[in-house]
Design a protein around this ligand. Structure first.
Ligand code: NAD
Length: 286
């Protein structure tokens, strides 16, 4: 209660970022969003038009509110990193200060210290290509947007977070075992994200008293997942083979994230928490 959370990676009501925001709001936190610039216009319009009103209903009868929505492109750290074609792109031209350092600065100016940082974003331009066919450019883009983006967020938000604060990101089992089809270097990016979770737990723990954890989530029919192309197969596989034969909901992950960033988890840091109906324990499909 009374905590401030910055959630990076919400652009509709279908993904994990939305569900995490909602679970944190249910627990009494104030929610500040960072939304990817190309998706910002339609997100804000849909929000205003009431398109998400059903999903905004909280259990106490109130509506999920966002204190502010900032434009963000987590592939860029400083204004000088933004290439000319992006800077002059129609969708970016109207959104000032969308790099991570500028966004963190604005949030700190507007809200002071924040308590919770959520990273719920990923992007792999070549995700539909096998790793063996992935270009250097595609691989590095996946790592940049999906793994380094967390380091940079923590680097820039860390100084503006309260001692005892917490961060959480979202990862996927393809980092550990082969998931054919999760390509473009996204499996590599998730492996980096999980390894970085450990190193950053150590570093940010000592430097800022922050906790750093990641949730390895089961398959969810989000916008990002639909872009990969075989999300229905993954959901069916999970339902057929996981210890708990039910479909994972975004709320399941939202609740786990709310636990991880709460005082209930005050001694948990550097971990990967599986929220996947137990699928990761299986070695053989039935
Ligand atoms: P989503 O589409 O709701 O979220 C991804 C978000 O990332 C989108 O809002 C998109 O606008 C944003 N984004 C992309 N590039 C960005 C950039 N450069 N800067 C800022 N934002 C950017 O989909 P989701 O599935 O809820 O994804 C959230 C996280 O969950 C991701 O890390 C994803 O890899 C992870 N995850 C998803 C699944 C699944 O099955 N959906 C499973 C495990 C892990």
């Amino acid at each position: 209660t009374g905590k401030k959370a910055f959630v990076a990676g919400v652009a509709d009501d279908q993904g994990f970022g939305w569900a995490i925001s909602k679970a944190l709001a249910e627990a009494g936190a104030e929610i500040i969003l960072g939304t990817w610039v190309p998706a910002l216009g339609i997100f804000e319009k849909s929000l205003k038009m009431g398109k998400f009103d059903d999903s905004r209903k909280l259990s106490n009868g109130q509506m999920l509110e966002f204190a502010k929505v900032y434009p963000l492109d987590a592939a860029f750290d400083k204004p000088e990193d933004v290439p000319e074609d992006i800077a002059t792109n129609k969708r970016y031209a109207g959104a000032a200060g969308f790099t991570i350092s500028e966004c963190a600065e604005k949030v700190a100016n507007d809200f002071g210290k924040i308590d919770i940082l959520v990273h719920s974003l990923a992007n792999g331009p070549e995700v539909t290509k096998n790793l063996l066919e992935t270009s250097r450019r595609g691989y590095l883009a996946a790592s940049s947007a999906s793994a380094y983006s967390f380091i940079s967020l923590l680097q820039h938000f860390g100084p503006h977070m309260t001692q005892g604060g917490a961060t959480v990101s979202l990862t996927y089992f393809a980092s550990e075992k082969v998931i054919p089809g999760y390509g473009g270097g996204m499996s590599s990016a998730k492996a980096a994200l999980e390894s970085d979770t450990q190193v950053l737990a150590w570093e940010a723990g000592r430097k800022y008293g922050l906790r750093v954890n990641t949730i390895s989530a089961g398959p969810l029919r989000s916008r990002a997942a639909k872009a990969i192309g075989f999300i229905d197969d993954m959901i069916n596989y999970s339902t057929a083979n996981a210890p708990l034969p039910k479909e994972l909901t975004a709320e399941d992950v939202g609740n786990a994230a709310a636990f991880l960033v709460s005082p209930l988890a005050s001694s948990i840091t550097g971990t990967v928490l599986y929220v996947d109906n137990g699928l990761h324990v299986m070695g053989l499909a039935v």
